[in-house]
Design a protein around this ligand. Structure first.
Ligand code: AMP
Length: 387
């Protein structure tokens, strides 16, 4: 069975075609700079990369070129990444008119992501008409959170009327990490108690009890929680009002500052962690400050989630920074020895899969995430359930 995974962003389309027999990638690619003067499509297959530079005025034009590469590839189904499933879409589903309507209804909750996800679905349903299309939601994994975790302490009627609540994101990544960690630890995933830490350009942390998300740091939108590349994460909710009333900013300017000009970039001018670490090593004070703030916030969440979870099998790092930066992992866990969290410096430096020391009572793991593979597996599961 071959499954095509599609992730449509506002100016890009990523795709991967999986052979599910051995979960290998047959071909993959990315179309970027959609809507700009010159677009670019990189298609990889058989160890070779083909690059096409041409203008993609819209998503459809890029999809048409992608379809040319994927024609006659015997695709059984398409799995689509969808950022916001809201409360109604709790699991991966076959996309029909009802599902399209529900994704549309969630646009106010994810105004940047859901419209392009939806556009990708509509166009690829036209281009690949005779096969099932499945939606896999970033929010779905967190739908198991109890009400005391997902509600904000604001008037309950705002939840009832507008569905204002914590949804959580990166669910596909946290769910993949759960499966991979349980398999590494040799325990059933239904019994796994974990803290999973996704540190990429976006960042989130999840408390998993008995294989279910019971709390997570991102909220109604991906702006809440940890400090990120350009997003502020948690701040005093009065700050936006101060910026509007006393500084004279418009709501959309405040939104832009919190989403695109804050986080690591807001403190030290860069949002790429590799560059920030290099700057710090050269003595840059603001880079050092940004890292201290970033890792302190992760540590605070680890403490909070340990208190909620009680027994923990492992703390797991993933995504660009979590997978590749021994320094950041070490800083996040510094001083946690008294809670039985002990890192082995050498194993950590070598980016080994298990980086805890022999005497650590909680295991510390580093596991590369693979959201595309998780989407392909979900799609396959849905097809099998259909029979
Ligand atoms: P992602 O969004 O998962 O692709 O992660 C992107 C982030 O990972 C960027 O901030 C990169 O600088 C960071 N990253 C990738 N490799 C490294 C590395 N070796 N050390 C530190 N950060 C890294």
């Amino acid at each position: 069975m071959r499954i095509l995974v599609i992730n449509t962003g506002s100016s890009s389309i990523k795709y991967q075609l999986f052979e599910m027999k051995d979960e290998s990638v047959i071909s993959s690619g990315i179309a970027e700079k959609i809507g700009e003067e010159i677009g670019i499509l990189r298609h990889r297959e058989d160890g070779k990369e083909e690059i096409r530079k041409e203008r993609f005025p819209d998503h459809r034009s890029a999809f048409i070129l992608i379809e040319e590469y994927l024609r006659r590839k015997d695709i059984s189904a398409v799995g689509h990444r969808v950022v916001h499933g809201g409360e109604r879409l709790k699991k991966s589903v076959i996309i029909d008119e009802e599902v399209i309507k529900a994704i549309k209804e969630n646009i106010p909750l994810a105004p940047i992501h859901n419209p392009s996800n939806l556009e990708g679905i509509i166009i690829s349903k036209e281009l690949f008409p005779d096969i099932p299309h499945v939606a896999v939601f970033d929010t779905a994994f967190h739908q198991t959170m109890p009400d005391e975790a997902f509600l904000y302490s604001i008037p309950y009627r705002l939840y009832e009327r507008y569905r204002i609540r914590r949804y959580g994101f990166h669910g596909t990544s946290h769910a993949y990490i759960l499966e991979a960690s349980a398999s590494y630890l040799g325990i059933p995933k239904e019994k796994a108690n974990l803290i999973t830490i996704h540190l990429g350009n976006g960042a989130s942390i999840t408390a998993i009890k008995n294989g279910k998300s019971i709390d997570t740091s991102m909220g109604m939108t991906p702006l809440e929680g940890l400090m990120m590349g350009t997003r502020s994460g948690d701040i005093d909710p009065a700050i936006p009002f101060f910026l509007m009333d006393h500084v004279g900013l418009r709501p959309e300017e405040v939104y832009r500052i919190l989403n695109s000009e804050s986080g690591l970039r807001g403190i030290c001018g860069r949002n790429d962690m590799r560059e920030i670490i290099e700057l710090r090593e050269k003595g840059d004070r603001m880079a050092d400050l940004a890292i201290r703030m970033y890792t302190r916030r992760v540590k605070k969440y680890i403490g909070a989630y340990m208190a909620i979870l009680g027994k923990i099998d492992a703390i797991v790092f993933t995504a660009g920074i979590g997978e590749n930066s021994p320094y950041i992992r070490r800083k996040c866990l510094e001083g946690l020895d008294i809670f039985g969290i002990r890192i082995d410096k050498e194993k950590n430096r070598r980016n080994e899969k298990e980086i805890s020391s022999e005497d650590s009572s909680i295991k510390i793991l580093v596991i590369p995430t693979n959201e595309e593979l998780r989407i392909a597996r979900e799609t396959k599961k849905i097809l099998e359930e259909m029979g």
